[in-house]
Design a protein around this ligand. Structure first.
Ligand SMILES: Cc1ncc(COP(=O)(O)O)c(C=O)c1O
Length: 396
């Protein structure tokens, strides 16, 4: 029998396996062998989905809301997304400018595939969330990276972005608060970045996945600025805000023409997001919002604890996260000796020797940091940080 020539399509080689998922898989494997692993790798809330949301899903099942819906989401949910965004941020989107997707990743994938032509440049701040780079590459675009730097707390400024804009720039991607650093773009800088992109007719994609988890500033959407709707692309997700990672509901608030293009793509791939999840999402957006504040308060407690413990490790430095639920400490002190050449090897050794899972900074485009998610209870954080402390001291 002949084997298939070129068995894997070339475009698949432009993307790599999501390294955050790889860490979780490695940690899971060790755990299944009976090892007591502390997992700081997973980027998902440890809280259960709030009960009112679960009840809405149960009602949807009981009422047999179990059939196909419109590919881009039910009119009811699209309206609920627009209303929530208007209430929270003062925007004025219509359901025709809203698409519901199978999670936040899906909206970012469909947006980049619908907007980027081969050769288009896309400006991406470093450290970046892994997926941006891969989906831009998959669309045939060219990533243009902007270093933010630990010294400045990884804060993105307009002055960093401006020199990267060329006649070929199609899009700038921003993520505030940031995964992996927790950095928040200062409002004034955000507005300046918007001025830069809008006057050149460049899309500004704002990933608002962690937009409600801010420690010392008010939630803000750049889409609320006058004239923003023409070029600003909002990528949203219910996954973290409402502890709904498994339900897979994300959304885009974008010009109607892009909604059309993305719906076309979606209609040939996933079709609609799960009908039951859509009903649950309506409740999440329209129902009581107090669970969000309660989660934020707990994340703040953990942030303060983790930051204190990391800064107490000799040689480790750490910028203060202003949002999301990640810290991005610099572990350079333990690199370059004992067979630990880079953060990938640091993470591997930390997992096998000390049984703590973190994500290496290489995944986010930097060489000396690792990402820690503080999505575990304080006791678990303490256990993991004790191990990390000893590990770094041993290897410095
Ligand atoms: C920055 C960022 N954007 C978007 C997402 C997408 O989340 P989901 O696809 O689970 O909605 C994530 C998930 O980790 C993220 O960290």
């Amino acid at each position: 029998m002949e084997s298939v020539a070129n068995p894997i399509a070339e475009r698949i080689s432009s993307i790599s396996v999501s390294s955050t998922m790889k860490v979780s898989a490695d940690a899971e494997k060790l755990r299944s062998e009976g090892v007591d692993v502390v997992d700081f790798g997973a980027g998902e809330p440890d809280f259960p989905t709030p009960d009112n949301i679960k009840q809405a899903a149960i009602r949807a099942l009981e009422q047999n809301f179990t059939k196909y819906t419109a590919a881009g989401g039910t009119p009811e949910l699209r309206k609920a997304v627009c209303e929530r965004h208007a209430r929270d941020f003062g925007t004025s989107y219509q359901p025709s400018e809203c698409i519901v997707t199978v999670g936040g990743k899906h909206v970012i994938f469909n947006l980049t595939q619908a907007a980027i032509n081969p050769g288009d440049e896309v400006v991406i701040p470093v450290p970046y969330w892994v997926t941006y780079k891969d989906v831009v590459n998959y669309a045939g675009g060219r990533c243009v990276f902007v270093e933010t730097g630990e010294a400045g707390g990884f804060h993105l400024t307009a002055a960093m972005v401006e020199p990267r804009l060329t006649a070929r720039t199609k899009m700038v991607i921003v993520n505030s608060p940031s995964n992996p650093t927790g950095a928040v773009i200062d409002r004034g800088e955000f507005e300046k970045i918007f001025q830069l992109t809008s006057k050149r007719g460049i899309y500004l994609m704002t990933d608002e996945c962690y937009g409600k988890f801010l420690y010392d500033s008010e939630p803000f959407s750049i889409a609320s600025l006058p004239g923003a709707k023409e070029t600003v692309l909002v990528a949203g997700s219910l996954s973290k805000t409402y502890a709904m990672t498994g339900w897979r509901i994300g959304f885009g608030l974008v010009p109607a023409a892009l909604v059309g293009a993305m719906t076309k793509l979606q209609s040939h791939s996933t079709s609609n997001p799960t009908s039951i999840s859509q009903k649950a999402a309506v409740e999440a957006l329209r129902g009581p919002q107090d669970s969000v504040g309660a989660m934020l308060a707990e994340y703040r407690r953990r942030r303060d604890f983790v930051l204190g413990r990391l800064r107490a490790i000799p040689g480790v430095t750490c910028a203060e996260p202003r949002g999301a639920f990640y810290v991005y400490p610099n572990v350079g002190v333990a690199l370059g000796r004992n067979g630990i050449a880079n953060t990938l090897q640091f993470a591997e050794k930390l997992l096998t020797e000390a049984h703590v899972a973190v994500v290496p900074g290489e995944a986010f485009g930097t060489a000396r940091q690792v990402r820690i998610s503080y999505t575990s209870p304080l006791g678990e954080l303490e256990r993991g940080l004790d191990r990390l402390h000893q590990f770094v001291v041993r290897h410095s």
